[in-house]
Design a protein around this ligand. Structure first.
Ligand SMILES: NC(=O)C1=CN([C@@H]2O[C@H](COP(=O)(O)OP(=O)(O)OC[C@H]3O[C@@H](n4cnc5c(N)ncnc54)[C@H](O)[C@@H]3O)[C@@H](O)[C@H]2O)C=CC1
Ligand SMILES: O=C([O-])CC(=O)C(=O)O
Length: 332
């Protein structure tokens, strides 16, 4: 029997990530090749004509899984009945801008959209915040939508996770699909900590630790980390636009694994509401290693944290606490 369609909201759908993301969703990349979808696309009035153009293209592409399109500038109409909300709408960082510069523009958007989602989304709607500052926007959304379970509000650090896999694969000249279990700790910003302590590579001789194969701790502890931390800025410098295809693809990875589950023995990174695991202060949206099963994520417990890592986990937590204070000061 055919499945009932799932309603997926994409905010900022007329923007460049939106343009890359909606066809992936309509093709089944996010929820599976047997899952029909109805796309809800929200943007602001100045982008209404462009949004309508995206809707026309979705019709023209004749996606078999796409059972309907709602394209609107009304947040209530956009949020009504949605099962999944991918929050991409906002003001993007431009070349030379620090993430903090985009904070005040974006947190007020997330406060108002929290209310629309809380009142009108389907019960148990899963929320993924992509727009920067992603962790803090997600936290504001959580705080102003108190009836949405906190487990349902997440932010995107899967792009950073995938970037780290990509760097290891290039360095070792191995298939990216043979590398697993990197961790992105903390903020989706340049203080994030890409950690390869537990990362392995599938080789003809079995699974091997990345540290052993790379055999260059100096590179892993310096250049590798800064390359992943600064990748967003490097893409903006090269394209004069922020990462779009990789962000869209990673957003699909995030939702797919959350809904359909992570493969046995593999974890992924997600920005989730901290519960004090790994002595990260509770009350932040912080990126952790998680596994997913039956539509629920669970923080991987018991991984060893050495002193080098501890400092980096604490540094990015400190930045998130500061962002939280700054966000509240922007809202008051
Ligand atoms: N978490 C991550 O890994 C990544 C996050 N980003 C962030 O994603 C966001 C979107 O990036 P782009 O698509 O490149 O930007 P963009 O500027 O091309 O698109 C943003 C869209 O949001 C719309 N928008 C603005 N205010 C809105 C509101 N109140 N409600 C609904 N829509 C609204 C704009 O009209 C525009 O169409 C940015 O904040 C960017 O920094 C980008 C790459 C990676
Ligand atoms: O750095 C930015 O503003 C865009 C972004 O989030 C990324 O590419 O990771």
């Amino acid at each position: 029997m055919a499945k009932d369609p799932v309603r997926v909201l994409v905010t900022g759908a007329a923007g460049q990530i939106g343009y890359a993301l909606v066809p992936m969703i309509a093709r089944g990349v996010m929820l599976g090749a047997d899952q029909p979808v109805i796309l809800h696309m929200l943007d602001i009035p100045p982008a209404a004509e462009a949004l309508n153009g995206v809707k026309m293209e979705l019709v023209d592409a004749a996606f078999p899984l796409l059972k309907g399109v709602v394209a609107t500038t009304d947040a209530v109409e956009a949020c009504t009945g949605v099962n999944i909300a991918v929050m991409v709408g906002g003001f993007p960082r431009k070349e030379g801008m620090e993430r903090k510069d985009v904070m005040s523009k974006n947190v007020s958007i997330y406060k108002s959209q929290a209310s629309a989602l809380e009142k009108h989304a389907a019960a148990n709607c899963k929320v993924l915040v992509v727009a920067n500052p992603a962790n803090t926007n997600a936290l504001i959304l959580k705080e102003f939508a108190p009836s949405i379970p906190e487990k349902n509000i997440t932010c995107l650090t899967r792009l950073d996770h995938n970037r780290a896999l990509g760097q290891i694969s290039e360095r070792l000249n191995v298939q990216v699909s043979d590398v697993k279990n990197v961790i992105i700790w903390g903020n989706h910003s340049s203080t994030q900590y890409p950690d390869v302590t537990h990362t392995t590579v599938n080789t003809p001789a079995g699974e091997k630790p990345v540290r052993e194969l790379v055999a260059d701790d100096q590179w892993l502890n310096t250049e590798f980390i800064t390359t992943v931390q600064q990748r967003g800025a490097a893409i903006i410098k090269a394209r004069k636009l922020s990462s779009a295809l990789s962000a869209a693809s990673s957003a699909c990875d995030h939702i797919r694994d959350w809904v359909l589950g992570t493969p046995e023995g593999t974890w992924v990174s997600m920005g989730v509401y901290s519960d004090g695991s790994y002595n990260v202060p509770s009350g932040l949206i912080y990126s952790f290693p998680v596994t997913c099963k039956n539509g629920e994520w669970c923080i991987v417990q018991g991984l060893s944290i050495d002193e080098f890592s501890r400092n980096k986990l604490d540094l990015t937590a400190k930045e998130l606490s500061e962002e939280k204070d700054l966000a509240y000061s922007c809202l008051s």
